[in-house]
Ligand binder design. Sequence first.
Ligand SMILES: Nc1ncnc2c1ncn2[C@@H]1O[C@H](COP(=O)(O)OP(=O)(O)O)[C@@H](O)[C@H]1O
Ligand SMILES: [Mg+2]
Length: 221
Amino acid sequence: MIELSEVIKEYAGGVRALRGISLQVADGEQVAIVGPSGSGKTTMLTILGTLERPTSGRVEIEGTAIAEASDPALAGLRAHRIGFVFQSFHLQETMSVLDNVATGMLYMGLPLRERRRIARGALDRVGLSHRVDFRPRTLSGGERQRVAIARAVAKQPAILLADEPTGNLDSRSGAGVLELLHGLGLDGATLVLITHDAAVADTFPRRLHMRDGEIIEDEAA
Ligand SMILES: Nc1ncnc2c1ncn2[C@@H]1O[C@H](COP(=O)(O)OP(=O)(O)O)[C@@H](O)[C@H]1O
Ligand SMILES: [Mg+2]
């Protein structure tokens, strides 16, 4: 469960990126956050992902109240319970596709051999069994985003957060990545996907529309 109450996020210089967000997302929900550039979507994701604390207001993720939690507790929550997928993939070019996924589980306390076994399974689920030994740069954009998705889902997170995951892809690869995200089933994980593209948002059963740091519409199909 994700619960935000009157969340305000102000950046240095007085920019108010979130202006009083209240929101509940139940376990296993699939939600798109849609809005124009600068409306606060990425800031929302950093709050949902516990990467930032709010300036004021209450945030509870998976039963953890963010304001009271220590930095190591939040790092543990992120490592074990939250998967991230970003527009620009964030893959490491110095290692194979397999080890990019295996490294994503570094903090789970498993030996490399076991992490690689799980990574192979995750890459199989995203249709990349034939690319495990490749370097990311030799893959297409769509394939690279699939690697990032495999890395995010390998640890079976309770919450999967994706910030414009199709934003760097041509429309065909983007559609493939979206189809993959919807088709994975995600073992009951909550999926929150951020997009500025209404067509992408329309593939989700619940859509939160943002403008100027506020949710202006909470729309369910
Ligand atoms: N680290 C930061 N420091 C200062 N201002 C920021 C920072 N990140 C975002 N902002 C500002 O906050 C507002 C919302 O940004 P953002 O959350 O990135 O929106 P979106 O993802 O919808 O494009 C914008 O006005 C942006 O310039
Ligand atoms: Mg953004």
